[in-house]
Design a protein around this ligand. Structure first.
Ligand code: GDP
Length: 333
């Protein structure tokens, strides 16, 4: 018992002092599904919670090959040169259930991975996408308590994880290629609508002219969306992760956004809503986990399935029977 306390306390102190190795261990603890680790993880998160809320959280998405890792390497290095501490986390839908990984396979972010101001953590590779997102939220909380100024969450824009990321960050950046329409890039209108900024990446060399045209088209497209609750008008900018261009513009846009949403109260409201959504999602998840882990429930499900297949009960009746039996048990206890 005392050892357990000491471990959590040691991790907490390590995190607060900005020790990246201990932060990394703490994230591993949070990602573990072992019940004993989960108890410790929750203890640690509770300790960290009062020390959060300072970091600004940015989501970055875009199709594979748009240049996300190159951009983040450049942007992170730029931020670091300004004395800012940055943490990079990834959510990789392709890594869920070990189906191979789009984000994890290659050597990514060469400069940042050697930068003492930066911390990079790849996506958890097991569980459902919802589960991975929930663990990423907890990892963000730890990074926040560790004193990072900015936390960047990167995800592949293939239409599965963007909404999850949007729901955990303060600012959402979409990277696009200069040479193709959004149809071709596989980016859905809904994702564009979620963006607070669109960066036309690879705005260099022979792509530059096309990039300028793309910027005009995307600016026009953004104007057609209804005004956001934040009152922020999404911006477009040109950038080249490869040449390190446009990084100052990107930061300027983020700072402008930050100033607006801090002043008009939107940031506080957004963060509140995100926390309450997380709470709702966890109620559902924990209820389902508890429900399906009961042996008696599984036996009843088996019997009810037979009844459904033999047309003795409709699926809805069978579900009601199951739930009512479960609820009546609490009344008896
Ligand atoms: P990701 O899959 O979105 O993370 O993309 P990467 O950062 O791995 O980049 C994909 C490819 O595009 C690589 O071959 C990069 O060298 C190249 N690339 C990335 N950024 C740029 C850029 O700003 N300009 C140009 N011309 N190429 C780039």
């Amino acid at each position: 018992m005392s050892r357990k306390r000491l471990d959590t306390q040691a991790l907490f102190e390590g995190i607060r002092s900005g020790d990246k190795l201990l932060l990394s261990r703490a994230i591993t603890l949070v990602e573990s599904s072992l019940p004993i680790d989960q108890v410790k993880a929750q203890e640690l998160l509770a300790k960290c919670l009062p020390h959060t809320g300072r970091a600004f959280k940015i989501g970055i998405t875009g199709v594979p090959g748009v240049g996300k890792s190159t951009f983040i390497d450049s942007f992170g290095t730029y931020l670091s040169s300004l004395g800012k501490k940055i943490a990079i986390l990834t959510i990789d839908p392709s890594s869920v259930n070990s189906r191979g990984s789009i984000l994890g396979d290659k050597t990514r972010m060469n400069r940042l991975s050697h930068d003492p101001m930066a911390f990079i953590r790849p996506s958890p590779t097991a569980g459902t996408l919802g589960g991975v997102a929930s663990k990423t939220r907890e990892a963000m909380l730890l990074c926040d308590a560790a004193g990072f100024d900015l936390i960047i969450v990167e995800t592949v824009g293939v239409g599965q994880s963007e909404t999850l990321v949007r729901d955990m960050v303060d600012f959402f950046l979409l990277l696009m290629l200069p040479n193709a329409g959004d149809e071709l890039q596989g980016i859905k209108k809904g994702i564009m609508e979620m963006a607070d900024a669109i960066g036309i990446n690879k705005s260099d060399g022979r792509y530059l002219e096309k990039a300028r045209q793309a910027k005009v088209s995307y600016s026009q497209a953004l104007r057609l969306f209804p005004i956001k609750k934040s009152q922020w008008r999404p911006k477009t900018f040109l950038c080249s992760g490869l040449e390190g261009k446009g990084m100052d513009n990107c930061l300027h846009i983020i700072e402008e956004y930050h100033q607006l949403v801090s002043q008009n109260g939107f940031l506080e409201k957004l963060r509140g809503t995100q926390k309450l959504d997380w709470f709702q999602q966890d109620i559902k998840k924990q209820l389902l986990d508890k429900f399906f882990s009961e042996e008696a429930i599984n036996t009843q499900i088996h019997e009810l399935e037979k009844a459904i297949l033999e047309n003795r009960l409709s699926p809805k009746q069978a579900a009601s029977t199951l739930i009512n039996n479960w609820i009546s048990r609490f009344h008896l206890e």
